[in-house]
Design a protein around this ligand. Structure first.
Ligand code: GLN
Length: 454
């Protein structure tokens, strides 16, 4: 049914870069057989999924939305991919994304535009716009995204779906093509909080093949989602982040946020305002740390090891082939960030830029730690506005960056957060998301409160 749905509407929406019908049907049949034999590999066995094209798969190309990897097929599955297969979850296909996960609208994909199912003239969010659009249009009941600065939560917000950025280190990055290694985290996307929790349980867990994976018990997110569904938040303390509201936010978004606060209070929670003074510097710190890591990580695309090779005709040196390939294979946003990062890391500038940004990062983590002494979770709108028009910000990278204002602090601190649908804005009728943030390894709180609220 989902493959039929994809065939019917994805021509218009552009969520998928690759659909693996035969592989998905075979996996679905295998799951059905296991269930019939009384041996279901997981609660989600047979329920298909859309996978962001930044996770490696042995049976489909992995492009990361970039021409430099066009047609490249990985010799190994990412740990997340392997866990989905082991759980009997058929992979429908690979979803569109901003090139190497850099962007907020999926317009930086080298391949195609993805449209928001709520209004096809608008962006589906980014970088994981393909996964969110697939979910919102019922092409897939579950999806996987990655969140480096908001790329799971922000697309969830603008498509009225649920998206979770788990605590850093709890979902393996093995086989997740790196954007910024200290920020990247894979995570689950669904249409309900419980669906998302079931998927979270499948993909999380320690992985010895990822040196930043932490070896701890994953909180009981499914139990928390079930408990939250009863709708009782008595005793829960919620902080509203003062710095993540007010000027620059759309009136309809703020109105929806106020009614969310009222609803949470009605469910029994106590709400207080919390000051996180260093959040105002999150955007500046993020756009030094991320490009620095990008400039290092993307050095591996050197025309020798993977994918595209341009100018290899006997008349060019290896250095020239590398330069020609990178010029042809990378899009403008990727080049911009490689240049910023290379500059920020160069000797003489390192302390002034990268070193300073790392100090700000520590201060932001400190703001969170202080806030969580008094409250269980923090909340804010997920995005300052509802989805903007396709093309509106493509020539203005700074205004594009500002769309992620509310989601970036969590990545810098390595903590956990969810975006849960918060109705439609009264001024333009488009989806709004509520962001719930929790301390590291308290991901279960997101699910309890999210399920009570949805
Ligand atoms: N939009 C942010 C960026 O462009 C976040 C991207 C992400 O989370 N992958 O860097």
């Amino acid at each position: 049914a989902h493959l039929d749905r994809i065939a019917e509407i994805d021509g218009e929406l552009g969520a998928f870069l690759h659909v693996g019908s035969d592989e998905a049907l075979a996996a679905a049949q295998a799951a059905d057989d296991a269930i019939a034999a009384g041996d279901a590999p997981s609660a989600l066995a047979g329920v298909p999924i859309a996978l962001k094209d930044v996770f490696t798969t042995v049976d489909a190309p992995t492009t990361c939305g970039s021409k430099i990897l066009e047609g490249w097929v990985s010799p190994y599955d990412a740990t997340v991919t392997a866990k989905l297969r082991a759980a009997g979850i058929p992979i429908l296909g690979k979803t569109n994304m901003d090139e190497f996960a850099m962007g907020s609208s999926t317009e930086n994909s080298a391949y195609q535009v993805t449209r928001n199912p709520w209004d096809t003239t608008r962006i589906p969010g980014g970088s994981g716009g393909g996964s969110a659009a697939a979910l919102a249009s019922y092409q897939a009941p579950l999806a996987i995204g990655t969140d480096t600065g908001g790329s799971i939560r922000q697309p969830a917000s603008v498509t009225a779906t649920v998206g979770v950025k788990p605590t850093y280190g709890t979902v393996s990055r093995y086989g997740l093509v790196a954007c910024a290694s200290s920020l990247d985290q894979g995570g689950p996307c669904g249409r309900t909080v419980l669906d998302t929790a079931l998927l979270h349980e499948v993909i999380a867990g320690h992985d010895p093949r990822d040196s930043t994976s932490i070896d701890v018990a994953i909180p009981d997110v499914v139990g928390a989602a079930r408990a939250g569904a009863a709708g009782d938040l008595t005793g829960v303390r919620i902080g509203v982040v003062k710095q993540l509201q007010g000027e620059g936010y759309q009136a309809g978004v703020l109105e929806s946020f106020q009614s969310a606060c009222k609803q949470l209070t009605d469910l029994g929670a106590t709400i207080v305002e919390v000051d996180c003074p260093h959040f105002s510097y999150a955007l500046g710190a993020y756009y030094l740390i991320l490009p620095s890591e990008v400039s290092s990580n993307l050095a591996r695309f050197d025309a020798m090891r993977y994918g595209l090779r341009v100018g290899d005709d006997g008349t060019h040196s290896a250095d020239e082939v590398m330069a020609l390939t990178r010029d042809a294979g990378f899009g403008p946003e990727v080049k911009r960030r490689i240049m910023i990062g290379t500059y920020a890391l160069s000797s003489g500038y390192y302390d002034a830029f990268y070193g300073q940004a790392q100090k700000v990062r520590t201060l932001i983590a400190g703001d969170f730690a202080k806030a969580y002494q008094d409250v269980d979770v923090l909340i804010s709108p997920t995005t300052p506005t509802t989805p903007f028009k396709l093309g509106e910000k493509v020539d203005d990278p700074l205004s594009m960056y500002l769309f992620d204002l509310c989601t970036l602090p969590v990545n810098l601190a390595g903590t956990a957060a969810m975006s849960v649908p918060s109705g439609l804005a009264s001024d333009d009728g488009l989806p709004v998301g509520l962001q719930i943030m929790a301390p590291a390894l308290a991901d279960d709180r997101l699910y309890r409160i999210g399920a009570a609220y949805e």
